[in-house]
Design a protein around this ligand. Structure first.
Ligand SMILES: N[C@@H](CCC(=O)N[C@@H](CS)C(=O)NCC(=O)O)C(=O)O
Length: 202
């Protein structure tokens, strides 16, 4: 039995997309992170770092989205290239996302959600600058014509997509000027399993 502990956020949706892509049956438990439900004793027993996503899989508890996607790939097969170099490339992009686009876009979005008068202008400038730089890095990588980051669709793309999809929907300027990134996101957009994963939790 697979149970996904999640919320309607990009990190949670990485895992629902992976589960949908792999065609695995799973149960969803949605936590209200707006009311700090993830800081309850019940949640802390699953993840002492009080963050979704958490995956329970036949008694094994895994937290951190990158680790969860690797677990799913290793146990069920798929989403990571089978050759050693391709596998390492996919893992490299997963780490790149959790240390790059994830925290920087997350902090930028947290600033932009505040009323303008309450924003910290210096923080907005720092996070926006880093997000723009990271999108430029992805653009240079994708400009060689590869369809997906680790060439085959998989965890490298899934780690990034739910974070960058809102920027695509908003036609955010630092993204729209990066043609290869926009085309890559549009390619991922078309996948039915991605669309189903993005609708979790219902
Ligand atoms: N590095 C973690 C980040 C997880 C994360 O930041 N989750 C957010 C929601 S997207 C959360 O649960 N925040 C609640 C909190 O920080 O208390 C991962 O990739 O799984």
């Amino acid at each position: 039995m697979i149970r996904l502990h999640t919320a309607g956020t990009p990190n949670g949706r990485k895992v629902s997309i992976a589960l949908e892509e792999l065609g695995l049956p799973y149960e969803t438990r949605a936590w209200d992170i707006g009311s700090d439900e993830q800081k309850s004793d019940e949640f802390l027993a699953l993840n002492p770092n009080h963050k979704i996503p958490v995956l329970e899989d036949d008694g094994l508890v895994v937290w951190e989205s990158g680790a969860i996607l690797l677990h799913l790939s290793e146990k069920y097969g798929g989403l990571v290239p089978s050759d050693p170099a391709g596998r390492m490339e996919a893992i490299q992009y997963a780490f790149f996302q959790t240390g790059g686009i994830g925290p920087n876009l997350g902090r930028l979005a947290a600033q932009l959600r505040r009323p303008e008068a309450e924003r910290n202008g210096e923080m907005v400038e720092i996070f926006l600058g880093e997000v723009s730089r990271l999108i430029g890095v992805l653009d240079r990588i994708l400009a060689d014509g590869r369809p997906y980051l680790a060439r085959e669709f998989g965890i490298a793309d899934i780690m990034h997509y739910p974070w960058m999809k809102p920027m695509l929907a908003l036609k955010a300027p630092p993204l729209m000027e990066r043609k290869a990134v926009v085309e890559w996101l549009e390619r991922i957009d078309e996948r039915p399993a991605v669309q189903r994963g993005m609708a979790v939790p219902a």
